[in-house]
Design a protein around this ligand. Structure first.
Ligand code: FES
Length: 285
């Protein structure tokens, strides 16, 4: 639908939104700083971004409420009201996980994410007003407000879908990166200094090497979260930390110690042969 993409492009170009988005994103970034909260909201503990999963819950509840409001009878009114309440309650963790993800975005994606959040906040407000009207016996008004909320929710959902599926926000950046299954020479052993991160290219992927005593670690150099350059990261206690948003991966197996990444970093096997370093895809990665 060309017109919808044009609307999205218009929103992306609204630079004045940056004045609202930047301080708000900074506040969100501070709130989600504790490791447990960051990992929880990012989906690090479930191995998948949390926000897209949670969005199904309020959307599902409110969709069924709208259905009952339209085709239901007096007997289904309590069920419709319960679904409205469920949607409002479920919107809270959904919004928290979305704000966490959004705080890592920049530029056009950040503007689009802000409008997505504003639309969904408006939907929550309309559903809250709908619930109040229902409880006061104004069922017609309650239904109208609920349906208005549903319409706004769909608009916000469209923008969220655009962010994920057209812009690739929070999509695993290493999903299509497969290194060679066979050993490949990448560097002379003498070129890898102890304690330094060094990026090398092989067979269409880039890998970051790190020598730690007698062992050489090799990880995909592109951060699985949003593509940050791990070769510019920092190493501490056997882990590398991405310079962009602080995701921390174990050098030994690419496992996540700290989000926002929710997918582990692909690891490679490395060995020294005839004074050269060779790398190949790890069968466990
Ligand atoms: S790109 Fe976000 S933590 Fe690496």
């Amino acid at each position: 639908m060309k017109i919808l993409h044009q609307v999205v492009e218009t929103v992306e170009g609204l630079e004045f939104l940056d004045k609202i988005a930047e301080p708000y994103a900074a506040v969100v970034g501070k709130v989600v700083k504790p490791r447990f909260l960051r990992n929880l909201l990012s989906g690090t503990y479930v191995g998948h971004p949390l926000h897209p999963v949670l969005t199904d819950l309020p959307i599902g509840a409110w969709s069924m409420a709208a259905l009952l409001d339209i085709v239901g009878s007096e007997a289904t009114e309590p069920a419709a009201d319960l679904l409205v309440v469920a949607g409002i309650v479920l919107a809270v963790p959904t919004a928290a996980s979305g704000a966490n993800d959004w705080s890592d975005t920049q530029g056009k994606e950040r503007r689009l994410g802000l409008v997505h959040a504003l639309a969904n906040s408006t939907a929550v407000s309309l559903y809250t007003a709908s619930l109040i009207a229902r409880k006061r016996g104004n069922r017609g008004v309650g239904k109208a407000l609920g349906l208005a909320g549903f319409g706004v929710l769909m608009a916000g959902g469209y923008l969220g879908g655009h962010l994920a599926y057209s812009k690739g926000v929070n999509v695993n950046r290493t999903a299509w990166r497969e290194g060679p299954a066979e050993w490949q020479a990448v560097l002379a052993e003498a070129e890898l200094a102890e304690g330094n991160l060094r990026k090398v290219e092989l067979d269409g992927v880039s890998v970051v090497l790190y020598r730690d005593g007698g062992q050489i670690h090799a990880l995909d150099s592109v951060c699985s979260h949003m593509g940050g350059p791990l070769e510019e990261g920092t190493v501490s206690e056997g882990c590398v930390t991405c310079p962009w948003h602080g995701s921390t991966f174990r050098l030994s197996d690419g496992g996540i110690v700290r989000g926002p990444a929710s997918n582990p970093q692909p690891v490679y096997e490395a060995r020294v042969t005839d004074g050269g370093i060779e790398v190949r895809r790890s069968p466990d990665s």
